[in-house]
Design a protein around this ligand. Structure first.
Ligand code: ZN
Length: 79
């Protein structure tokens, strides 16, 4: 599928990505999410199925697989 970003001539290709979002003020990271990623500009589309499963995962209290280091760019600047 052709990229939907105006002026970009790239094409989307299926990849597994790291998806990050905020949920109830907490940062959530989900690995291995199937997505379409533009090979030129990097624009990323999640399928509606992936989006729905992520919503389900977050709302039904699924246990996380692990924890990740979290850095705040602003904290790094002030040091
Ligand atoms: Zn693109």
């Amino acid at each position: 599928m052709d990229c939907t970003i105006q002026g970009c001539l790239g094409k989307y290709e299926g990849q597994y990505i790291v998806h990050t979002s905020r949920h109830n003020e907490r940062i959530i990271v989900i690995d291995n999410v199937p997505a379409e990623v533009c090979d030129t500009c990097g624009d990323t589309l999640l399928s509606s199925i992936a989006t729905r499963r992520i919503d389900e995962m977050l709302s039904n209290g699924s246990r996380p697989t692990g924890v990740v280091p979290l850095y705040d760019f602003m904290d790094q600047l002030s040091e």
